[in-house]
Write a protein of this length. Sequence first.
Length: 258
Amino acid sequence: MTAAELFNLKGRVALVTGASSGLGVRFAEVLAREGAPVALVARRTDRLAAVKARIEHAGGRAIAIAADVLDRKAMTRAFDEAEKAFGSVTILVNNAGVAHSGRAVELSEAEWRRVVGTDLDAVFFWAQEAARRMLAAGKGGAIVNVASVLGFGVSKGTVAYAVAKAGVIQLTKALGLELAFKGVRVNAIAPGWIVTDLNRDYLTSEEGAAITREIPVGRFGEERDLDGALLLLASDAGRFITGATIVVDGGQMVALRG
């Protein structure tokens, strides 16, 4: 089998949450480029339409589904619409997430629940729904959760986000263990500092530039730097990998741990 065949996703159907901006757009485009039709899920319909158009212009297939990942009824509808358009979802990329900043002693209950609800609770429920449908279809599949290096080590002002992402890493292990023998692989990607439209202004500032001194490769990551990990975990190239979290951070964690 050639490398192209190993990573090919023809015959698979993907669903990507948070697909209207940032890494979600890149994930959706990469999956579509490798042959999987993609269900794009997010709240902002105008942005979803633009991503859908870009994928189709490049020769891929996609549908746009407006849904809030915290809405369980919307979640069910999203999977139903994806199945109606393309067939059973066999790749889920749990990408939707929110961040926050501020001192732990000043964090409100509402903000804590918003972050943990989106970054951890929703990841579980979407993975659960995907797994149920994959098992019912008898096709198996791959679930890829998006964690963060902050799931391993913390920084000031990120308590809810760090806790949620640490939970995603443990959730990935637990689901990977339970579902492996049924043909559903569950893994995660833990990005470090990746430049996207959402953080570009900060990372290109003087304050952001100082962070690069902590990264052994000497630069921030680019969106394309996650392509390999995504395709490995979504395709047959990773058919013997489950319960794992792949860190993609330019060596930053290695430097911090020594």
